[in-house]
Design a protein around this ligand. Structure first.
Ligand code: EPZ
Length: 413
């Protein structure tokens, strides 16, 4: 699928943010911890969520959608995730810890790398092995089994997925498991809060050092998925690209502070707890030096948006250093160069000198890169075609329709 974007149309109006993909996926992964109903409100209707639900259904769960509420319940009929589904999204890895803890075994096709990097799972696996899991890897799949026990485990890197898997592994395990150097993204805190609402005993919620005292059983829960901070940042960068004034609502601006701090010196920003109004009438001369790092620092998932904003800034220099995913810079940079971006990539750092962009044909090879190319197309003179726009639909609910409602001119074919 392609997005055809006509640049130069200012944006005005209000747009509400949907639930976060990276919150929905771990909460759905945690549904394996109980047979009772997990009722999730504000669930985004996006491809990754659809595929995660298909995976859970294929393993025996019942799934029911009503509006933006999804209900998952029932017992797994198998602990083997079907390869054709597991390989569709990285989020499939998030059934690992909970299934192992609740059923004593799990077989998961390797989720594999993607455009942004190799994405190994050593931190997940070493943590589960420290809890007694026996893990072997053959036929391109992870085969895990064993009765888990409590443990003390320090992650070598604050991995989001590993934190989520190890939390789900620990909540049903006798004794107290201490996890150190955990990721502290808002989506992790949401998972911890949901697990506690299900009856789990967790200390250190939202912090890098978490201790989990296992319980015999977890019960069902009703829970609100938190707003998608990356989608919110995408809308903010869209009005930077196109000019105009928008208000982004139904977001948690505390989760966006690193991104807002980049914008505030250059644009008129009015921030509320759950909304933000931004007015953009001119481009800044660059954004200085910004490095991505685990929360609460500048998120890697907003890096492509920053690169796009830097590429159409007014002449100045921006240095973007990507410290999490080894391939995340290169391909988005090369596509922005096709639009006239003046970007030099050396290792994990990109030096950008702002310039006027001109429409071209570009390729979206990953979700966030695709969204950044759409944003750049709002700024470029002429008609930009973003090929591979189906990648954008993995994480965004009708990004074209949402931006058109603000005044953009995007159509898909
Ligand atoms: C989650 O991926 C998000 N995905 C990613 O969002 C996000 O970019 C990332 O966290 C960082 O914030 C979901 O939540 C579904 P990591 P995850 O484990 O868990 C290395 C998007 O576009 N690593 O924190 O896979 C890894 O290779 C996606 O929404 C190991 O080396 O991220 C990477 O370099 C993209 N070994 C770094 O750590 C491991 O065992 C961060 O990975 C695990 C990770």
């Amino acid at each position: 699928m392609d997005y055809i974007i006509e640049g130069g149309h200012r944006l005005n109006g209000e747009i509400a943010v949907c639930g976060a993909k990276n919150c929905a996926l771990p909460l759905l992964g945690a549904s394996v911890l109980t047979d009772e109903q997990i009722v999730l409100h504000n669930c985004p209707a996006i491809v990754d969520v659809f595929n995660m639900l298909e995976l859970l259904k294929a393993m025996g769960k019942s799934v029911f959608w009503q509006g933006d509420t999804v209900t998952v319940s029932g017992t797994l009929s198998t602990t083997t995730a079907p390869q054709y589904l597991a390989r569709l999204l990285r989020g499939s890895a998030l059934i690992l810890g909970g299934t192992l803890a609740a059923y004593g075994s799990v077989n998961l096709p390797l989720p594999g790398g993607c455009a942004i990097g190799a994405r190994p799972m050593d931190i997940h696996l070493k943590g589960l092995e420290s809890m007694g899991a026996e893990i072997s890897c053959y036929d391109n799949a992870l085969h895990c089994k064993g009765a888990l026990h409590s443990a003390e485990y320090e992650m070598r890197f604050a991995s989001v997925g590993a934190t989520e898997n190890l939390l789900c592994a620990a909540v049903l395990v006798k004794g107290t498991t201490v996890l150190s150097n955990c990721a502290t993204e808002p989506e992790i805190e949401a998972l911890e809060r949901m697990l506690v609402k299900m009856g789990a005993k967790i200390e250190g919620i939202g912090t890098p050092d978490v201790s989990v005292t296992g319980v015999k059983k977890l019960h069902g829960v009703e829970f609100d998925i938190i707003p998608d901070r990356i989608v919110a940042a995408t809308y903010l960068s869209a009005v930077v690209a196109a000019g105009g004034q928008i208000t982004v609502t139904n977001c948690n601006t505390n989760h966006l502070h690193a991104f807002i701090n980049v914008l505030r010196p250059h644009f008129n920003v009015v921030q509320y707890a759950d909304a933000i109004t931004i007015t953009c009438d001119s481009q800044p001369s660059g954004y200085g030096r910004i490095c991505t790092a685990p929360y609460p620092f500048f998120p890697t998932d907003m890096q492509s948006l920053l690169l796009a904003m830097a590429s159409f800034s007014n002449g100045g220099q921006t240095i973007v250093q990507e410290n999490l995913f080894e391939n995340r810079l290169e391909h988005i940079a090369s596509e922005l160069v096709k639009l006239g971006g003046n970007i030099t990539v050396k290792g994990n750092s990109a030096a950008v000198t702002g310039s006027k962009l001109t429409a071209s044909n570009v390729v979206a090879r990953d979700l966030r890169g695709g969204a950044a190319l759409a944003v750049a197309g709002l700024n470029a003179d002429g008609q930009t075609v973003v090929h591979g726009a189906e990648n954008i639909c993995r994480g965004y609910m009708d990004l074209d329709i949402c931006l058109n409602a603000l005044g953009a001119k995007i159509h898909k074919q």
